[in-house]
Design a protein. Structure first.
Lengths: 1039, 566
């Protein structure tokens, strides 16, 4: 509290100090406001130069400038992307003008933390902006997916290709071994929730965030409402967001109304989707075991399928054509006093998997009001309703079952006339469900209702002072149901079961900001000081019941009351923060910036020993840049050159609340009572701190027609907050501690070119390149390793963090080898011996590093061409290197369904030495045991190892989206009076992929986006549907 | 206007600042308490005991041949658990689930001066150390639960077993001291609220603690420091009758409140941790059917306890000549490599109900023939047999066990005059104990007076000091411990190195106990002496200590315990 007061005093003093300097301002100045001719918006950062005296200034946030000038001086107004304007000073003192935009792509004002607009010239860090139109044009259900390839250094992974799938995004590289690595999402200055339902701990009988996917809530945003997205990765940028921003920030600005007559725009899109890539299934050998055909088995180790046996194209008979309809209607308009924009969007997607769908309805109203010449108010309200109907994925999901469905069984024959399940195997139904049965009978859906509101109050009491207050609320209520039919394989033991959750999330946050802009001598000074708060409440009630009375009725009332179990999870926390940022620009070419931030977080409070001081922590950042082209003379080919350096420390509180104290969990044993939770809190937890350096430059050549934006970064998080597993002798299974250092080093480059620019034809090209190197410098508490059990989904493959390694690594078992490196072969079976998790022989639990998912580099290649009224653009997404675990193939292999098992009729001897006691001597016995895999199913089962299914150095080149659009000629449009403008388009998403990956899609997630820690299950492909190919066409009209 | 606005902003910010106190005080979970009362902490602590004892007993139970698996089983062959997920329950329970609860009871009990709770916690901690060290040998004693500071070291140093034993001794004495204190701040009957076992009776707790000491002192029979007098003294201070037995109750309404040894939990077959099905062994069947103690299994030689402890097969007649003596249909699994084809085994044969092979199967311990057995996931207290009932109170320490301990000590002291009555009291008390369970099981009658008298007339039951030998005491103790006291039986067998000779009878103390096959990992005919701590705790996160012990060697489980060495 005392610190807060001190800060307040400091803040007031700073203001007081600046007031006198205002009083001494010179009188022989001109001033005015510069606005954009397009939308009347104020232009920030316009360079105003007195060509006679060479004095310069830039316009402030409201477009205002003052400059010393005398009569007859020529004043130039230059602004990137706008045409230069020159004015000769006359008698007047006020010169307000409109600048005309020439290059729509260059948006030189960047919205940074808490809605602070900054001129790109003054930024000491990289900030990449993507235009909203580009995002919307991809017509994806989850707009995050459209960012892939458009931002250097963003790793975007969709969980699956099913409707409503969650998507994860990691900027620059994962820094946290155990906490979240997802950036925050900010809409119009305020943080919104992007959580995904965590099913492992929060749902009774829940799964480990692998089989079910609940979406990530940022996907509620209607891409059509997005004006642009700025991605802040630089430390200084995100430092202002405090704890939440340490993984970067996705800043979304929504479209606002424009002044003038009301316009109505309508757009639609119709989409057809088809499964693009699927793993293959062998169709040569029949069901059976040990070379003996047995139609009652779901393993394919039988004899060849006899000729003439009718076979079915089951895969074809399962997948359908996905269909999507998107309609968007926007009404906008306004006058000098205010603007409005009201939008309605509907998104209706039926997936390629039967009965899966995603529906979303968005309503949004954005308004701006000018209450006086000094006060304006911006508000937005939105309501979103969404529903996802989905199928379970993963090792027990529909896809694996589909790929192991016998070719001589018709997959459509899944239900008997009396509604019972048709089974292939004689094991009481424990075989995988027929996918048709699965999607028809096992209902799995989520429904969400969400309201967001945002109120911004902007006040300019004095020319040098701006006060801004923003308050927002984000509230949603969700419901999810997973119904497992009593006859389904996972329902048999429980007599069918229903897991249902209802959650409510309420997030209120706000920022109060004062901005002081004042020129003193040759310095343009800006001080921003702000107070922010963020208060969240989440309640999730998970209920599960078993033993259904009626096998088909989906309600908890249909379960045996004795089996009903509930889990209630509350996640409440409050944060506040205050920061002060000073930035000064010397002679308009050298900028430096210093910030200090204080954060207070309830997550750092010990509930049993309340001490408010525990909540607070402090950090700082500094940065500088020089615009070399303005400071020195350069050849005319170089139009712009800027060097920048920034350094920041960032503090972060624990990723979940309630970890400072002890938690007691209800016991269901006799007499009830409470037990300490398996994860123990720690009253001594401190916040973790990051140290981040970014160095970069921007270069523009040939009148900005070629530009480079380069950044090198080195970020390090020390003494991480982590809940590792420990020896049980600690009294806990997982314990919150501080420890472990991780670094990310890398480069990012964006090259933009405009090779051709003439009246009829333009060609714009953007290349995004990123390379990141992650390293674990020190493990917490000297632990040998850390893993996230969610990733341990199939066989013995899971993620691993080890000292000297990186967060992307995978661990698994290996075959035993002698000192010479020869495989050790069992003398009884003739098969190699797996070093298993018993730990006895390896001392490491049998887990060795077997893969590394870190790509060598990633690239995005964006090209757009316009010829008269035609335009064509496409985005190629390129990745080089990084391993992928092809779990689907592994599952098919051990069941004899993989095409890799087709050579089973060739007898073989596995090269190696026998484990006869001589294996480590100078003369080991060479294995001579011949195996005929046709009769030895164990060659494929116990004789195989997951490591062999880790595909190395997977690269891809994928056409993420390609759009062709045609704008109806003005002449044509003018002939009628209905439309002001109209265009038609055709977009193909995920048109093709060239890859060395043998499975379907290397860019999937074995978990879902709610998995905390590292990069989760990215690059773990088990039973995941590839992103389907989609063909969209539609039109945009304006009335 | 301006003034109003300014003051509004200032007031808003200021009110936020002054509201800090409340604003940040939201870090306690509304859904789960941050603190629990002492009475609420105790019940789960009890329920964890059977879970740990029985679930690990599934593996040690094969070492001691309480049961034998129906197919080749690593534990039947005295292979090690290799530090895996099997036989990992006691370690986890003692240190983590029960351990963390007891830590809170210490912390709160000392603060609130609830001495009885502190005493109970000390007693249970002593019990836990005893069980855990007897399974695993060396373990963290001083370093246990030592987590301080945000940045902990993940190393937990192991202490030698003799250090742990001394520690158990001290913990017991602390327990007795606290249980005897009446000067605390809570009412003397406060313990009653959470005590499902002794209903707050401190004297019974003190007796239980003396029982732990009796067990502790009985461990060192191979050592020069062995003090039989101490064992006798502690046995006398411990349980004085069956009412003092430590039994954990079960309501048997759903999974979590049902005896893990019962049919609903079905822990003898299936399940992820148990690949094979455990059935009664030859050793226990022949101890009860008269073969070992009375020379043959004719009806007159049979122990009346057999029908109350074991289950009969569907087929009670002699089927083939390979089954020489009719014992009433109590078939058993014998330890062999194939396990198929022998009518006494036959458990894997015949899945068709009613087929001869099916009928010849050895019954599950909780009874699949004469006893009503509803099977998996069907709850109900009376389902099952003996301690293998859903609602059976699970024994932790009993009067009869201590009588046998006393008899052994007195015998070793040369005081057959004390040994014989203790032995006889033990047998009689165990029959009462068996009857205690017949009252709760469906369709099982109590042992009546006639059956008792008849049994006492058999030669296997010793009536004179001259005919009483160590082997009689130990075999009766084995019967008394069967099915629940796995650790104790294993300690006994290890103390007698499985095959130690009794000079008085010129036979093994554990007469007819054989281990025909050993796991190749044992590197020779070496029986198992210990489990490896689970890799989820130790191999993964505390490997240095395991390495120091030689725990990475594949025959580590055959390393003899400190207590069984001279």
């Amino acid at each position: 509290m005392r610190r807060l007061i001190a800060l307040g005093v400091m803040f007031s003093l700073t203001i007081a100090l600046l007031i006198p300097s205002y009083a001494f301002a010179q009188a022989s100045t001109i001033s005015g406001t510069i606005i954009s001719d397009d939308d009347g918006g104020a232009l920030l950062g316009v360079t105003v130069t007195n060509k006679n005296t060479n004095k310069r200034t830039t316009s402030n946030e409201v477009g205002f400038y003052t400059l010393a000038a005398s009569k007859g001086d020529v004043i130039s107004f230059s602004y990137v992307g706008y045409s230069l304007k020159e004015v000769t000073v006359g008698d007047g003192k006020s010169y307000s003008l409109r600048l005309v935009q020439t290059d729509k792509d260059v948006n030189d004002v960047v919205v940074t933390a808490y809605g602070i607009k900054k001129s790109k010239r003054d930024l000491t860090y990289q900030a990449i902006t993507v235009d909203g139109g580009e995002i919307a044009q991809t017509k994806r259900d989850n707009f995050i997916n459209s960012l892939a390839g458009r931002i250097p250094g963003a790793m975007i992974t969709s969980t699956t290709g099913m409707p409503g799938a969650s998507s994860s995004i990691i900027l620059r590289g994962p820094t946290s071994i155990d906490g979240t690595n997802q950036p925050i999402f900010v809409v119009d200055g305020l943080i919104i929730d992007n959580s995904a339902v965590e099913s492992a701990d929060r749902l009774p009988g829940g799964n480990a965030n692998r089989n079910n996917d609940f979406g990530n809530r940022a996907m509620d945003i209607n891409p059509e409402d997005i004006e642009n997205v700025t991605v802040l990765k630089g430390p200084e940028a995100t430092a202002l967001y405090g704890s939440d921003g340490s993984n970067g920030a996705i800043i979304i600005t929504t479209k606002k109304g424009t002044k003038g007559k009301a316009t109505i725009s309508y757009s639609n899109s119709f989409r057809f989707e088809t499964v693009y890539r699927l793993p293959e299934q062998q169709k040569v050998f029949d069901q059976g075991s040990l070379g003996v055909t047995n139609p009652l088995l779901r393993t394919f180790f039988g004899q060849r399928v006899p000729d003439g046996v009718p076979t079915f194209d089951n895969i074809q008979n399962f997948f359908g054509t996905g269909k999507t309809q998107i309609h968007n209607l926007a009404i906008d308009g306004g006058n000098d006093l205010g603007t409005y924009r009201f939008t309605i969007g509907t998104f209706n997607n039926q997936g390629v998997v039967p009965l899966t769908s995603f529906q979303r309805y968005n309503f949004r109203l954005n308004t701006t009001f000018k209450l006086s010449s000094k006060i304006n108010v911006t508000t937005s309200m939105s309501y979103i309703n969404s529903r996802t109907d989905k199928a379970l994925k993963g090792s027990t999901g529909f896809l694996v079952s589909l790929l192991t469905w016998p070719v001589d069984e018709d997959i459509k024959n899944f239900i008997t006339p009396n509604g019972s399940r048709v089974k292939v195997r004689n094991d009481g139904g424990l075989e995988d469900d027929n996918p048709w049965w699965d999607v028809t009978k096992n209902k799995n859906f989520d429904i969400n209702d969400r309201i967001q509101g945002n109120f911004q109050f902007n006040y300019d009491p004095l020319k040098w002072l701006n006060l801004n207050s923003t308050i927002g609320i984000d509230y949603y209520a969700g419901k999810g149901v997973l119904f497992v039919h009593p006859e389904s394989n996972t329902g048999i033991s429980t007599g069918g079961n229903i897991t249902e959750y209802r959650n409510q999330q309420r997030l209120i946050n706000g920022a109060f900001r004062a901005t002081i802009r004042k020129k003193i001598g040759k310095f343009n000074n800006t001080i921003i000081t702000a107070f922010t708060f963020d208060s969240r409440k989440e309640e999730l009630n998970g209920v599960r019941g078993e033993r259904l009375f009626d096998p088909n009725f989906i309600s908890l009332n249909n379960t045996d009351p004795l089996t009903v179990a509930t889990v209630t999870t509350n996640t409440n926390f409050n944060r506040m923060g205050a920061f002060i940022n000073y930035s000064g620009t010397f002679k308009n070419y050298w900028t430096f910036s210093v910030s200090g931030r204080m954060d207070g977080s309830s997550r750092l409070i010990d509930p049993l020993d309340y001490n408010q001081a525990d909540a607070f922590y402090y950090y700082w950042s500094a940065g500088t840049n020089v615009i070399l082209t303005d400071a020195f003379k350069f050849p005319k080919e170089i139009s712009y050159a800027k060097l920048r350096v920034s350094y920041a420390t960032t503090g972060r509180d624990p990723s979940t609340p309630y970890v400072k104290g002890r938690r007691f969990i209800q016991s269901n044993t006799n007499g009830g009572g409470f037990q300490p939770a398996v994860t123990q809190g720690n009253p001594d937890l401190r916040p973790e701190f990051g140290q981040n350096l970014e160095v970069g430059f921007e270069l523009k050549f040939f009148k900005n027609r070629l530009s480079f934006d380069f950044a090198y970064y080195d970020q390090k998080v020390v003494d991480q907050l982590i809940a590792p597993r420990l020896s049980y002798a600690s009294g806990s299974i997982l314990q919150w501690i501080n420890g472990g250092d991780v670094t990310n080093r890398g480069v990012e480059l964006q090259i933009k070119g405009n090779p051709i620019q003439n009246k009829n034809f333009t060609w714009n090209s953007t290349v995004n390149f990123a390379k990141n190197r992650n390293k674990i410098l020190r493990m917490p508490a000297g632990l040998p390793q850390f893993y996230n059990s969610d990733t341990w989904g199939l066989g013995n493959v899971r993620n691993i963090s080890r000292e000297g390694g990186n967060i992307y690594q995978l661990a698994g078992n290996r075959f035993d080898r002698n000192a010479n490196g020869d495989l050790i072969i069992s003398a009884t079976s003739g098969l190699p011996i797996r070093i298993t998790g018993t730990g006895v022989s390896t001392g490491g639990g049998g887990f060795e590093v077997i893969g590394d998912r870190q790509p060598d580099f990633t690239m995005g290649l964006l090209n757009s061409f316009t010829y008269k009224n035609w335009s064509l653009s496409f985005l190629l997404d390129i990745r080089k290197g990084g391993d992928v675990f092809n779990g689907t193939e592994y599952l098919l292999y051990i069941r004899g369904a993989s095409t890799k098992t087709l050579d089973r009729e060739t007898p073989r001897i596995i090269k190696g030495v026998l484990n006869d006691g001589l294996q480590n001597t100078a003369n080991p016995t060479v294995n001579t045991i011949a195996i005929n895999p046709l009769f030895r199913s164990d060659y494929y089962t116990s004789g195989s190892i997951e490591e062999d299914f880790i595909e190395r150095d997977i690269s891809w080149l994928r056409m993420r989206d390609i759009t062709l659009s045609y704008k109806l000629p003005t002449k044509l449009v003018k002939r009628q009076k209905v439309f002001k403008s109209a265009s038609v388009f055709c977009t193909v998403t995920d048109a093709f992929m060239i890859t060395n990956y043998t499975g379907a899609d290397p860019s999937v997630n074995g978990n879902n986006a709610s998995t905390r820690g590292g990069i989760g299950g990215i690059g773990m492909d088990t039973g995941n549907l590839a992103t389907p190919l989609g063909l969209n066409f539609g039109l945009n009209v304006q009335f | 206007m301006k003034k109003i606005l300014y003051s509004l902003i200032i007031v808003t910010i200021a009110s936020q600042f002054t509201a800090c106190q409340k604003y940040f005080d939201v870090n306690s979970d509304p859904a789960s308490p941050q603190s629990a009362s002492l009475a609420a902490l105790l019940p789960p602590v009890y329920s964890l005991i059977p879970a740990a004892s029985f679930l690990d007993g599934r593996f040690s139970g094969n070492y001691i041949q309480n049961f034998v698996a129906t197919t080749n089983d690593n534990y039947d062959f005295h292979g090690g658990n290799g530090g895996g997920a099997q036989a990992a329950q006691m370690w986890r329970t003692f240190y983590q689930s029960q351990g963390s609860s007891l830590n809170v009871i210490f912390e709160k009990g000392l603060k609130e001066e609830a001495w009885d709770y502190v005493g109970v916690a000390y007693a249970l901690r002593a019990w836990g150390f005893q069980q855990t060290t007897d399974y695993f040998g060396e373990l963290p004693f001083y370093d246990a639960w030592n987590v301080t500071g945000a940045s902990v070291s993940a190393k937990y140093r192991y202490d030698k077993q003799e250090v742990v034993y001394k520690g158990i001794d001290s913990l017991c004495r602390l327990a007795i001291q606290y249980l005897g204190r009446t000067d605390g701040k809570v009412p003397l009957n406060d313990l009653q609220r959470g005590d499902l076992v002794y209903n707050g009776d401190r004297n019974k707790w003190i007796k239980f603690t003396y029982g732990i000491l009796a067990r502790l002192y009985s461990r060192s029979t191979n050592k020069s420091t062995y003090s039989a007098d101490s064992v006798i003294k502690f046995c006398d201070l411990a349980m004085s009758n069956a009412a003092d037995n430590f039994l954990v109750p079960f309501n048997a309404t759903r999974n979590d409140d049902t005896n893990p040894a019962g049919p609903a939990r079905n822990n003898f077959s299936g399940g992820s941790a148990v690949a094979t099905v455990r059935r009664a062994s030859r050793f226990i069947t022949q101890l009860l059917d008269g073969t070992i103690l009375n020379g043959s299994s004719i009806a007159a030689n049979r122990d009346p306890r057999i029908s109350r402890m074991l289950s009969i097969s569907f087929d009670t007649s002699t089927i083939t000549s390979t089954m020489p003596t009719l014992n009433g249909g109590y078939r058993f699994n014998i330890l062999q490599t194939t396990g198929v084809g022998d009518p006494e085994v036959g458990a894997t044969g015949g899945t068709t109900v009613g087929s001869p092979a099916f009928r010849r199967r050895v019954s599950l311990l909780y009874g699949d023939s004469t006893i009503l057995n509803n099977g998996i996931n069907v709850f109900g207290a009376r389902s099952g047999k003996y301690v293998f009932q859903n609602g059976a109170r699970y024994p932790v320490m009993t009067f009869h066990e201590l009588q046998f301990l006393k008899a052994e000590a007195a015998f070793r002291r040369g005081r057959k005059d004390i040994a014989l009555p203790a032995y006889q009291a033990g047998v009689a008390a165990h029959m009462d104990f068996v009857n205690f369970y017949t009252t709760t099981a469906s369709g099982v009658n109590a042992i009546n007076a006639n059956e008792r008298t008849a049994y006492f007339l058999t030669p296997g039951y010793k009536k004179t000091e001259a005919t009483l030998f160590l082997t009689d005491i130990m075999l009766q103790k084995y019967i008394g411990d069967f099915g629940w006291n796995f650790t104790e039986s294993w300690v006994d067998l290890r103390r007698y190195h499985y095959f130690d000779f009794d000079a008085d009878t010129n036979d093994q103390v554990y007469k007819s106990f054989v281990i025909p096959f050993y796991s190749t990992n044992n590197q020779g005919p070496k029986p198992a002496y210990r489990f490896s701590p689970t890799n989820f705790s130790e191999f993964d996160w505390n490997i240095d200590e395991i390495r120091k012990l030689g725990g990475l060697n594949i025959d580590y489980h055959t390393y003899e315990m400190w207590f069984s060495q001279p």
